[in-house]
Design a protein around this ligand. Structure first.
Ligand SMILES: [Zn+2]
Length: 87
């Protein structure tokens, strides 16, 4: 078995690792991955696969992505607004 890396207390983006949550089994049952319970800066708790934390794929409970797309929407709206004024 691969060396167990303890991520407890570590921070990844907005997430702070609280404890080991369990083991994630891939659908083909061939891959086992550790999952970790994390606390997000927004206050929500989420369970994340360890590799996703280590590789930076998961950096929040999902709120970060939600905010980013909101930001994009607002930028787009500003742009449209400005364009309409310039005509
Ligand atoms: Zn969050």
């Amino acid at each position: 078995m691969a060396k167990l890396i303890d991520l407890t207390g570590k921070r990844f983006g907005r997430l702070t690792v609280l404890e080991r949550a369990g083991i994630y089994k891939s659908p083909d049952q061939e891959t086992y991955m550790l999952t970790w319970r994390c606390k997000c800066d927004c206050g929500k708790e989420t369970v994340v696969i360890g590799n996703n934390l280590k590789h930076g794929y998961t950096r929040s409970c999902g709120c970060l992505r939600a905010e980013k797309s909101k930001e994009r929407m607002e930028k787009y709206r500003d742009y449209r607004f400005r364009a309409a004024n310039e005509i």
